[in-house]
Design a protein around this ligand. Structure first.
Ligand code: BES
Ligand code: MN
Ligand code: ZN
Length: 498
């Protein structure tokens, strides 16, 4: 699929299919009005109530012979003057869904001409492109062809031209479409990795993916540390999590250099537990399969780097991915075991299911030791408590720096990938006091998301740091089970416009 831009008017631009907005109360967009002049078809469809104009409503018409397009798709956009980003996304989604099941190869989309609250032409183009990629995503790589009875045909569309008002608008639209495409590709890359089962997407598989991504991108370097390397660095906390499994753990480092070498990087640290059984503190069986998604933080870093590789922004970004399995076994860590982290702090492991923080703390120490982060951000499916607190709409955000928190919250809002800030502080930190070690790895039932954040806070005193708990937003359960691609939109927005 290719995105292009045009500043030609709807009644003078040759295309197979013109997609134009209509509004409630029989109101037409400018593009619709231009096409309506030929035969009055659109106004009569609105007057007769064939289409009411509600957001996302669609009606296909055959265009009058005098027009340069063959067909017209009317798209309801709600009340005129009230179109906001959420409604615009809904309309774009309806178009994507409809078009992906049709044989049309070449369409021109005039929706990008419509005024949208909180979205200039560039942003509108980005939303259309992102929505197309996100909406046409299918995870089919684990289905044998013969067994795939879904009847789902791959979308036929080859080219979507996005409309702009003038030449400079067309440039903005082209730029926005490129951003939306990179974002959509990055999200879908995340989804592919996260949707893969734990027996395929192992720590070694992630390491292979990182090397492949770096090989394709000249200014992206990749380094993979082995368990022996980690042992030398003193990563006793990370290694305690991998003790019960036969799959080797890795620490993956990605370095994207788009600015001068001296520019301090943004460092993204992603939790890469490729399967979380809970370890000796074994999880109950119901929905345990969803713990293959416990590497979603890592996958979101991969997705962001894939987008960076495509967009080549003038930024320096480092990705650090501690990755292993959390399994029970004869050599597994036991409740009560005490381990020494790379920072030197000792940790009493009271619950082996609170393993995310144990791998992240050493990765965060590593980040501060070998890089001088402008900002240090970890992303993790860290606590079930976060799902209870915020559901699947907002990610949980905690930070030791309010400016950084504000920037990340704004990035989330602008990208429609929202986060909500939770507090940190000594009152909560005390819940981690241990009788036997410097701290314990759980803080009791109360404020479970915050005490997990406080735990990480003990390892990030030397940086401006933020923690994003994505346990609720990274994937859906139930019938729509699968990775969402979140929070790649927030991360990319922050890294590029931060
Ligand atoms: N990966 C889980 C968190 C999780 C739970 C993510 C549900 C998505 C859905 C994490 O490793 C975990 O098990 N956390 C424990 C912590 C507890 C033992 C303090 C939890 O949330 O129950
Ligand atoms: Mn766990
Ligand atoms: Zn986990």
């Amino acid at each position: 699929m290719e995105f292009a831009a045009t500043s030609a008017k709807a009644n003078s631009h040759t295309t197979g299919f013109a997609i134009v907005a209509v509004y409630q109360d029989a109101e037409m967009s400018t593009a619709a009005r231009l096409l309506d002049k030929a035969d009055g078809q659109i106004s009569s469809a609105l007057k007769s109530g064939e289409i009411s104009g509600k957001t996302g409503e669609l009606l296909q018409l055959r265009a009058d012979d005098s027009l340069p397009c063959k067909r017209i798709l009317l798209v309801g956009c709600g009340k005129r003057g009230e179109l906001d980003r959420a409604a615009f996304r809904k309309a774009a989604q309806a178009v994507t869904q409809w078009l992906s099941a049709k044989p049309f190869k070449d369409v021109t989309n005039y929706l990008t001409l419509e005024p949208v609250k909180g979205a200039n032409p560039e942003r509108r183009a980005a939303i259309v492109a992102q929505t197309w990629l996100h909406g046409t995503y299918r995870f089919t790589q684990m289905k044998s062809k013969s067994a795939d009875s879904s009847g789902d045909v791959a979308p036929q569309l080859k080219k979507m031209t996005l409309a702009a008002n003038d030449a400079s608008g067309a440039r903005a639209v082209r730029k926005g479409a490129a951003y939306g495409e990179a974002l959509g590709n990055g999200m879908n890359y995340m989804r592919d990795l996260a949707n893969l089962p734990g027996n395929v997407c192992t720590p070694t598989h992630l390491a292979r993916e990182a090397r492949a991504l770096a090989k394709k991108t000249p200014n992206l370097k990749c380094k993979v540390l082995s368990e022996a390397d980690m042992k030398k660095l003193g990563m006793g906390s990370l290694l305690s999590v991998t003790a019960g499994t036969v799959e080797p753990a890795h620490l993956i480092v990605l370095e994207y250099t788009g600015a001068a070498k001296s520019t301090q990087p943004t460092v993204l640290v992603g939790k890469g537990i490729t399967f979380d059984t809970g370890g000796i503190s074994l999880k109950p069986p119901a929905t345990m399969d969803e713990m293959k998604f416990d590497m979603s933080g890592a996958a979101s870093v991969f997705g962001t780097f894939r987008a960076l590789a495509e967009l080549q922004p003038k930024r320096n970004v480092v990705g650090i991915i501690p990755t292993c399995e959390n399994m029970p076994g004869g050599s597994a860590t036991k409740p009560g075991d005490i381990v020494t982290s790379m920072s030197g702090q000792t940790i009493e492991v009271l619950n082996t299911d609170a393993e995310g923080r144990l791998i992240l703390c050493d990765a965060l120490t590593y980040a501060q030791k070998f890089y001088k982060p402008a900002a240090l951000i970890d992303i993790a499916t860290l606590t079930g408590a976060c799902v209870i607190a915020l559901g699947s709409h907002h990610a949980g955000l905690m930070a030791n720096n309010d400016k950084l928190a504000a920037k990340l919250l704004a990035a989330g809002r602008n990208a429609d990938d929202k986060a909500w800030q939770l507090p940190l502080g000594e009152d909560y930190e005390r819940q981690l006091d241990s009788n036997f070690a410097d701290m314990q790895n759980i803080g009791g039932r109360e404020a479970g998301t915050i005490t997990a954040g406080c735990f990480l806070g003990k390892f990030t005193r030397d940086a401006d740091w933020a923690h994003i708990d994505i346990a609720g937003v990274a994937y859906l359960g139930g019938k729509a089970k699968g990775s969402t691609g979140r929070p790649v939109p927030l991360l990319l927005e922050y890294v590029i416009n931060g």
